[in-house]
Write a protein that binds this ligand. Structure first.
Ligand code: AMP
Ligand code: ZN
Length: 120
């Protein structure tokens, strides 16, 4: 599950091998601006460990998933989303082909900012 995948673009971004507009990093997570933002604020939060998708997680990932979700409100506010309830943000995890997943490294989309948005 967790070995960096040398062919995975998000593993490369987390390792700094491919440039990104980083907004946050700790031992476990890396967050950066989506290259094709669907909203004025559009961040991606990824675990540094390679996990293909939300379909691959189990009880062992409970803590990781909780900590990843906890980063969303914090980074959303730091990156300019207005506070709840007037502001807020949308969180999305696309899973699998029919779920609309294009990059097969688990990631949490965090989107926010004034509407209308480009998509959604
Ligand atoms: P998904 O469809 O949920 O797999 O989303 C993948 C997201 O990754 C899309 O919103 C892409 O715009 C974004 N993306 C792909 N390549 C990069 C990159 N090199 N830097 C930043 N975002 C990227
Ligand atoms: Zn990966």
């Amino acid at each position: 599950m967790s070995q960096p995948d040398i062919h995975c673009i998000f593993c490369k971004i987390a390792a700094g091998a491919i440039p990104s507009r980083k907004v946050y990093e700790d031992e476990e997570f890396f967050a950066f601006h989506d290259i094709h933002p669907a909203a004025p604020v559009h961040l991606l939060i990824i675990p540094k460990a390679h996990i293909d998708s939300l379909a691959q997680v189990g009880p062992a990932h409970e803590g990781l998933l909780g900590r990843m979700l906890l980063l969303a409100p914090r980074l959303a506010l730091e990156q300019g989303c207005k506070p709840y309830p007037e502001g807020g943000f949308r969180t999305v995890v696309n899973t699998g082909q029919e779920g609309g997943q294009e990059v097969h490294h688990l990631h949490l989309h965090v989107m926010g900012g004034p509407r209308p948005w480009l998509r959604g």
